[in-house]
Design a protein around this ligand. Structure first.
Ligand SMILES: [Ca+2]
Ligand SMILES: [Ca+2]
Ligand SMILES: [Ca+2]
Ligand SMILES: [Ca+2]
Length: 356
């Protein structure tokens, strides 16, 4: 619309100002709603994982979701593993150590600013962020009582404290996308099995989610980005299968068949699951795959003679350049421009009205 057109409509400019104000408000609402989205859902970014491909001990890498562009982030003589993305996709928490002692570290998404968060003689392992990035939940093995407990600390490593102890092994904690709950595995001595449990984020109200057969250990729970489901691993007759269960324990469903899989993790857009496949073939030892969230359409991302392990998928608020953008992401990208155009039209209208 040109200024000339605006002049012609100036006598009826109130509706125009109203529409412009609406566009302006809606654009900013959309922009700020998305940019403060403090949870694990989002667009699908990079996949972080650990690998021995450069000779070991293992290092942390990131790659595109099709397996291309693998980039190494850590360089040292210790094992680095179990990377976990923050909800805004800007940071990675991970473990570093050896068989004698593990510590928890954090770094930026590009590997810069590596910081040690724990420093003690206990094993500290399996870290995961709270959705607002302020805390990290993890498992710690202390002697006594000679079993794993769930601990929590601030993101800078301060305030380390015991969060939950069932009296047996409690492991593999992961925060729910809305921040209210934590899923974990808990040992049950009656059935001699590890079950998936969900506790409140303050450690209260433990609730059993899975009931594996006796002598069977469920492992690696991870929340769907909408918080409604939990994916996990369960040993079968001669394989490890991936299962999905409602967060309240309903509808446990096996989504793989006859192969051995580990460490499933949901994609931020909810459509896929990344996992590790073990073929027990020395030529294809521990490779990372993706599949649809219903178990269909498996795709192999890595292929080499060393272990590729513990994948986790980066959530991003806006899709990367060249990546797939959802309709909401396209609107978010347009929002500031719409807002600016709205502002210019509104100001122009006011000026023209004043002149007349
Ligand atoms: Ca290393
Ligand atoms: Ca330690
Ligand atoms: Ca315990
Ligand atoms: Ca491999």
């Amino acid at each position: 619309m040109s200024l000339l057109d605006l002049k012609n409509v100036q006598r009826n400019s109130l509706p125009l100002v109203f529409i412009v104000t609406l566009i302006f408000s809606f654009s900013f609402m959309l922009f700020f709603t998305q940019s403060t989205f403090a949870a694990f859902p989002g667009g699908n970014g990079l996949i972080a994982f650990s690998s021995d491909r450069d000779g070991g001990p293992s290092e942390i890498y990131v790659m595109n979701p099709d397996g291309s562009g693998a980039t190494r982030l850590t360089f040292n003589g210790q094992e680095d593993g179990r990377p976990a993305w923050s909800a805004d996709g800007s940071k990675i928490v991970f473990v570093r150590g050896d068989e004698n002692d593990w510590e928890i570290w954090s770094m930026n998404a590009d590997g810069s600013n590596q910081k040690q968060l724990t420093n003690n003689d206990d094993d500290d392992d399996w870290p995961a962020w709270s959705p607002d990035g302020s805390k990290i939940v993890y498992q710690k093995f202390t002697v006594p009582p000679d079993h794993w407990d769930i601990w929590v600390m601030n993101a800078d490593g301060s305030g380390q404290r015991l969060l939950y102890d069932s009296g047996h092994d409690d492991e593999m904690p992961v925060w729910s996308p809305d921040g209210s709950k934590i899923a974990l595995t808990q040992y049950d001595s009656t059935s001699n099995s590890d079950q998936i449990w969900v506790i409140n984020a303050d450690g209260s109200n433990p609730m059993q989610v899975t009931s594996p057969p006796d002598n069977t250990n469920d492992f690696n729970p991870d929340w769907s980005p909408d918080g409604s489901k939990i994916v996990f691993g369960r040993p079968g007759q001669s394989s490890n299968e991936i299962w999905v269960v409602d967060a309240d324990g309903g509808n446990p469903t096996r989504i793989t068949s006859g192969e051995t899989h580990f460490v499933p993790a949901w994609s931020p857009d909810g459509s896929q699951i990344v996992f590790v496949h073990d073929s027990f073939d020395e030529q294809t030892y521990l490779e990372i795959y993706t599949m649809n969230a219903d178990g269909s359409n498996k795709k192999q991302l890595t292929s080499n003679l060393t272990p590729d392990d513990t994948p986790d998928w980066q959530p991003i608020n806006i899709a990367p350049v060249g990546g797939v953008t959802s309709p909401i992401n396209k609107l978010v990208l347009l929002a500031p421009y719409l807002a600016l155009v709205g502002l210019i039209i509104a100001l122009t209208t006011v000026i023209i009205k004043k002149r007349n």
